[in-house]
Design a protein around this ligand. Structure first.
Ligand SMILES: [Zn+2]
Length: 194
């Protein structure tokens, strides 16, 4: 019963939201001024990072990954990665469709898998020290400590900030389109009833 109610709620939401193709068209249309402004105002490396992040956010890291949507299918053989996310996050909840938090949660979710693998590998490597070649990897890993990471962030913070801005801009375009189309469709229904 609860499941059926959830499905009905999801159908109602779909009926008041723009479809994937509409989102894609909006992303391309808004992408043109984003690209022009970025390359006009920023250094080309920062502008490139912002634009790539913007389109990645629009087409791959969409807030609609909380559904089996077109962006979900675009992950192809890796779409299983987003299966728990789509199950855990209710569609159009604050966790996926809110400014800042939505992007942060998706990025944290996406990075959690490689970070877990790296952390487990760092703990496991000493146990395989005798194996040929692993000692070289350990030496390499020792060289990359926290201060190295800090130095790297200090040197590249502009690129990182541009990437973050691009990711968030893509998410904001999606959320705004959802909100505007919902408002327009609800307004039309209200006028039809009155
Ligand atoms: Zn959406």
């Amino acid at each position: 019963m609860r499941r059926r109610t959830g499905r009905r709620h999801s159908q109602v939401l779909r009926s008041v939201m723009p479809c994937s193709q509409s989102h894609d068209r909006i992303s391309i249309a808004t992408g043109l001024p984003v690209v022009a402004t970025a390359f006009y105002c920023l250094l080309w490396q920062q502008a490139l990072a912002l634009c790539l992040a913007y389109f990645f956010s629009c087409f791959m890291l969409s807030p609609d990954l909380d559904l089996h949507s077109e962006p979900y299918n675009r992950w192809w053989i890796l779409k299983w990665v987003w299966k728990p996310y789509s199950k855990l996050i209710p569609h159009r909840s604050w966790a996926s469709h809110s400014p800042i938090f939505g992007t942060l949660i998706r990025m944290a979710y996406l990075l959690a898998i490689p970070l877990t693998v790296v952390t487990l590998s760092a703990f496991a490597l000493p146990y395989f020290g005798a194996i040929s070649g692993v000692s070289t990897i350990q030496d390499w890993a020792r060289g990359y400590n926290l201060s190295t990471l800090e130095t790297w962030v200090e040197e590249h913070w502009r690129i990182l900030a541009s990437t973050g801005a691009g990711l968030e801009a893509g998410s904001l375009v999606h959320i705004s389109a959802d909100a505007l189309v919902s408002f327009y469709k609800r307004l039309r229904r209200w006028f039809a009833k009155h």
